[in-house]
Design a protein around this ligand. Structure first.
Ligand code: CTP
Ligand code: CA
Length: 224
């Protein structure tokens, strides 16, 4: 009915969201990770699901749980996340890449636990594939692609560069400098840049509220 349609404006829309950190194995017992909790990505996935969308959530290791019915794909490394994203991206009308993907991964993973035999130990790392940039290359005209940026300096310039370079429709800049924003926190402060070079500044709020703001900006770009 019309009533259902107006309360669930995204019925039939396919959304892909990534969340959490990635873990890059060093040996069977160690990894390189980061402090991402997955909260922001889960909040975005929940928000879209609450609007009736068909959500696929690709997440790195996290203790977060979704409140809504969605397709959850658990991954560990940046390479795993890349494969899952490539497999799902074609189906998605809207993709939001909020995962904190490792930029570097060990060149080799030791088969056995590394012993502390030498005084110095150098770990050789190589760059991971930029998943967001890869999706930006694959993107068709009917798809919306949204990325995040985390900066500690020249944040506006760097964020706008990423928007262009990765072929995004929107970029969400996380203001890590503000107290109460960022990793592990329940609140966040964001600024969104779009392709029209508009800058939309938001107040610090709960990640649930931030997710609403992000979804609203995305929905302005699609006809729903
Ligand atoms: N990202 C990605 N794949 C990677 C690294 C990052 O998809 N291997 C995505 C993140 O999910 C985020 C965006 O790229 O949406 C920006 O991440 P960020 O760390 O701010 O930028 P980078 O492009 O990795 O550049 P740098 O870390 O040097 O600032
Ligand atoms: Ca990075």
């Amino acid at each position: 009915t019309d009533k259902v349609r107006s309360s669930l404006p995204l019925l039939g829309k396919k959304i892909m969201v990534t969340a959490g950190p990635t873990y890059e194995a060093i040996d069977p017992v160690r990894f390189i990770g980061n402090h991402s909790s997955g909260k922001m990505g889960f909040a975005i996935a929940n928000r879209f699901a609450s609007l009736g969308a068909d959500v696929t959530l690709i997440t790195g290791p996290t203790t977060e749980k979704s409140n809504y019915e969605l397709k959850r794909i658990d991954v560990v490394s940046a390479a795993d996340m890349l494969s899952a994203c490539k497999a799902e991206f074609g189906k998605a009308d809207i993709t939001v890449m909020s995962a904190a993907v490792a930029d570097y991964t060990p060149v080799t993973r030791a088969e056995q636990k590394i012993k502390k035999t030498s005084n110095e130990f150098n770990l050789e790392l190589k760059k991971t594939t930029d998943i967001l940039a890869t999706l930006g290359q694959l993107k068709t005209d009917r798809q919306i692609l949204v990325g995040f940026a985390l900066e500690t300096q020249n944040e506006e310039t760097y964020a706008k560069e990423k928007l262009i370079k990765k072929n995004l429709d929107l970029i969400v800049l996380n203001s890590l400098n503000d107290k109460g924003a960022g990793f592990k926190m329940d609140t966040n402060k964001i600024t969104i840049f779009n392709k029209a070079a508009e800058k939309i500044v938001f107040e610090m709020k709960s990640k649930t509220e931030v997710a609403k703001d992000i979804c609203n900006e995305i929905l302005k770009l699609v006809n729903v």
